[in-house]
Write a protein of this length. Structure first.
Length: 193
């Protein structure tokens, strides 16, 4: 069984974490950078020596909106691209520290972010390394801000089914009424003839 390729910590990121641990300083993750890198294959092996894409390829930068720990060795940072953010496409994301270190990267299938009602993208970057929560000085569980949309999606699906059934019932009723009218007209026409 092959494991899906996911984002990786860069070598610069590993050096940053090591230095911050030795200095007894927390991680100062600042932003998530989105870029549109031409001909990027989301299935390609991630390059641990990768540098930041060019300024022309960077389509959006966003300060971190939330951070939390999943467990003692796993932490997450997230941004929310609200409905007024856009229009751009992106296929590369990078997690960047306050001093500009590219901590981690990932490749994605091309994502289209357009302005508009209900067009919100939530992007999270999760890293796993020894004592991650303590080193990052993150004390809030990620579950406190990670939102489970399943109940809302289930409710919407249920409403759609109810609406569809009522429309089918209404159309069935209207067809029956039209057939009755046609039958009455046919009967009347037959009586005249």
């Amino acid at each position: 069984m092959t494991q899906a390729i996911t984002g990786i910590m860069t070598n610069a990121g590993k050096g940053y974490i090591t230095a911050r641990a030795l200095e007894n300083k927390g991680l100062d993750v600042k932003e998530l950078v989105l870029a549109n890198v031409p001909n990027l294959n989301e299935s390609a092996q991630r390059n641990p020596n990768e540098k930041m894409p060019s300024a022309l390829q960077i389509v959006h930068r966003r300060d971190i909106d939330a951070k939390g720990y999943v467990d003692a060795n796993t932490v997450a940072w997230a941004v929310i691209l609200e409905q007024d953010v856009g229009d751009f496409d992106y296929n590369w994301i990078g997690l960047v520290t306050k001093d500009g270190t590219l901590l981690a990267i990932d490749y994605l299938p091309l994502q289209r972010k357009r302005q508009g009602v209900n067009n919100v993208h939530n992007r999270s970057f999760v890293l796993k390394f020894a004592a991650a929560a303590a080193l990052a000085r993150i004390t809030i569980p990620a579950q406190s801000w990670m939102f489970d949309y399943s109940p809302q999606i289930d409710a919407i699906n249920s409403k759609l089914v109810v609406v569809a059934i009522s429309q089918i019932d209404r159309m069935h009723y209207q067809i029956k009424q039209e057939l009755r009218l046609l039958d009455i007209e046919y009967t009347l026409q037959s009586m005249k003839d």
